[in-house]
Ligand binder design. Structure first.
Ligand code: GDP
Length: 398
């Protein structure tokens, strides 16, 4: 797919009527469809039931077939409201980052005289300023030296295009072994452990994510194992109450391990699909952190040998390079399976997503775009690149 095709409007996201085959096939399906996405539209499906669902824009109608029989395609719109809404959210969330990118970019290109060493040095500085990380900025600049020569780009417009093209390619590209999907146990509770320093948005993300999975028909339990931060338990309980989700909690300053244990027991006894575990962001040093996380994992694994499926590290995008530092520390301390990058809505530092994926090789799985329950989205590299650079390429400066 060429770059301009990529920036063209998304193709139709058709509405289809599906006949539900066996709901349990969603759990085990190896189809490219995320079962949870479909389940969002059909909360309590009965085999044989015909239901109308809106196929999410990134899923082709034919991909629905392995999990449910497509009876009829109701309509095909050029661009559905659903697609616009979800993209608008990401677009809105990235407003500050995009604005800073275009300002820096325009200032850089306004200085353009010719392609010489000064030009590439300035480019590298511009990229570092845009939070792509020093290592990535160096790599990108090196690649661009070759690319500019290769394409014999000389005019301002050509140079600009080659560079943005390369940036888009990097933001879209999948890292080595990058697996941005969420993993679920084929049976029994899936445990999702949240880690990260204080204030990055762990509790809030659990609130949002658990509500999302509950709406998709999953039975969810929360364990308030952040017994260190004052108010963390109450905060999680408030999310639980709001969304009708049970919360397992201990007394103030209780041993977090005991809360984890109770949480696991409750999840097993109540046949829950997912247990979310909130943890404290205490971070005196690497050894402490490692020991505490290892202890929690041991408790979980004793009861559920294949859990936790996910150890999600929450990082606050507004902290920029600091977030990278935290990611390094946690990566060294435990097996982080993915990143939730929070507060993208409040920052111009959204570029940080590139070094997290490129330099640390950690997949970003979710992005936080606000404080409300709906302000959490699975990370989609294509949408992200499109939102960030689309206006630079097509000259529509948002
Ligand atoms: P924790 O200590 O890691 O559990 O962090 P909290 O969940 O308590 O979040 C700290 C603050 O960040 C709270 O005021 C949240 O409302 C806020 N927050 C969390 N995620 C987001 C987000 O995606 N966007 C914005 N704007 N605020 C967020």
């Amino acid at each position: 797919m060429g770059l301009f095709d990529f920036f063209k409007k998304k193709p139709a996201a058709p509405k289809v009527v599906v006949e539900v085959l066996y709901p349990q096939t969603w759990e085990n399906s190896e189809a490219p469809v995320e079962p949870t996405v479909l389940a969002a539209e059909v909360l309590q499906p009965t085999p044989g039931e015909a239901v109308e669902i809106q196929v999410p824009s990134h899923i082709a109608a034919e991909d629905v077939a392995p999990v449910a029989e497509v009876v009829e395609t109701v309509e095909t719109e050029t661009e559905t409201e659903t697609a616009v809404t979800s993209e608008t959210n990401l677009d809105e969330g990235l407003t500050k980052t995009r604005k800073t990118w275009s300002e820096r970019w325009n200032a850089f290109m306004a200085n353009f005289r010719s392609v010489d060493e000064d030009f590439f040095e300035e480019l590298e500085e511009t990229l570092i300023g845009a939070d792509v990380g020093a290592q990535t900025a160096l790599q990108l600049t090196d690649e661009l030296r070759n690319e500019v020569k290769l394409q014999n780009a000389k005019s301002k417009a050509d140079i600009s295009r080659v560079i943005i093209d390369k940036l888009v390619e990097h933001y879209r590209s999948q890292g080595v072994n990058e697996d941005a999907s969420m993993h679920f146990a084929p049976e029994g509770p899936t445990v999702i452990l949240f880690v990260g320093v204080n204030g990055v948005g762990k509790t809030t993300t659990i609130g949002k994510m658990s509500a999302r999975y509950k709406a998709e028909g999953k039975q969810v339990v929360l364990a308030a194992a952040d017994t260190f931060r004052a108010g963390a338990t109450q905060q999680l309980q408030a999310w639980g109450e709001r969304n009708g989700i049970p919360v397992v909690a201990g007394a103030a300053n209780a041993d977090p391990a005991s809360v984890v244990y109770d949480g696991v027991k409750t999840a097993i006894e109540t046949n829950a699909d997912i247990l979310f575990v909130d943890t404290a962001g205490r971070l005196q040093n690497n050894v402490n952190l490692m020991q505490e996380l290892a202890k929690m994992k041991r408790i979980i694994t004793r009861e559920l040998p294949n859990e936790p499926q996910e150890v999600l590290l929450a990082l606050d995008a507004t902290t920029g390079q600091n977030a990278l530092q935290q990611a390094r520390l946690f990566k060294d301390s435990t097996d982080v399976t993915g990143i939730v990058l929070t507060k993208l809505d409040g920052t111009a530092k959204g570029g940080i997503i590139l070094p997290i994926r490129n330099e640390l090789h950690l997949p970003v799985k979710w992005v936080g775009l606000g404080e409300q329950v709906g302000d959490l989205q699975p990370f989609d590299a294509d949408d992200f690149a499109k939102s960030l650079f689309g206006s630079l390429l097509i000259g529509d400066d948002k």
